[in-house]
Design a protein around this ligand. Sequence first.
Ligand code: C5P
Length: 280
Amino acid sequence: MGRSVSLVAHAKLNLALAVVGKRDDGYHELRSVFATIALSDDVRVAVHRRLEVRNSVKVSDEIAARAVTALAAANGHEPHAFVRIRKRIPIAAGLGGGSSDAAAVLRGLASLWKVDADLVKVAADVGSDVPFFASGSAVALVSGRGERVKPLRTPTDPLFAVVLRPTLRLATKDVFAAYKPEERGAAAHVDAIATAFERGVVTPDLLRVHAANDLLAAATRRCEAIASWQATAAARGVALFLTGSGPTLFAIADDRPDALRVGRILRRAGLRAHAYQLAV
Ligand code: C5P
């Protein structure tokens, strides 16, 4: 094996997510504020004589391999690399773990191959959430199928979320298939959050007011546990929101001590909650 680089691949939360239409290719047009969180996979990329991907968790579709192929195709390289992924981000959860790993592969391989490619553009061919991670932004307004990424200002005061580590998996495809156009309504909330980041006036209260997700009803139809997790938390005064197509839920905390407090409340109620800083 040849030269190698090690990368950190963060998870994301969709602070708000709107479905704004359906495209001719069957994909949905989205508008969403993405933020990274301090939960990450470790990705090592090395120069190699063939394509080899080792993942600490078995996944059905290895998106990291597609990242190698896409960058190679864009630059006339052989699609050869060694990739090792140590997973901590739950898979098929709405946390963007696979997409973040793929973006890390693009960044790592671009530096090993010394290619000056537009990684956000290459990323769009790999998967819908990959351009956000390839952009390197901590917070961004993402639109289209995910290929348009507008970086937003990172907040000066740290923000914290409490994330329920999922015990179930939910396929993005199934949730979009269950989605009904009349369930849309989050677009104005997405814009309110994006504008607040841009102006540097984001507060936990503002995030809690606008943390809408148009896929919530569809995700709940596919995974009824979402409604019961929300009810359990609500009975203890904690509002839980959906990230991506779920089933992961999150709460927005006032600050670090509040995140630890909310985490304890949810764990005592039997939920697997962990506090993480946002926009890292
Ligand atoms: O992009 P990814 O392959 O993760 O998406 C999985 C499936 O989810 C797609 O095949 C599509 O059915 C649906 N999807 C969608 N609109 C998006 C993203 C995903 O309809 N913007």
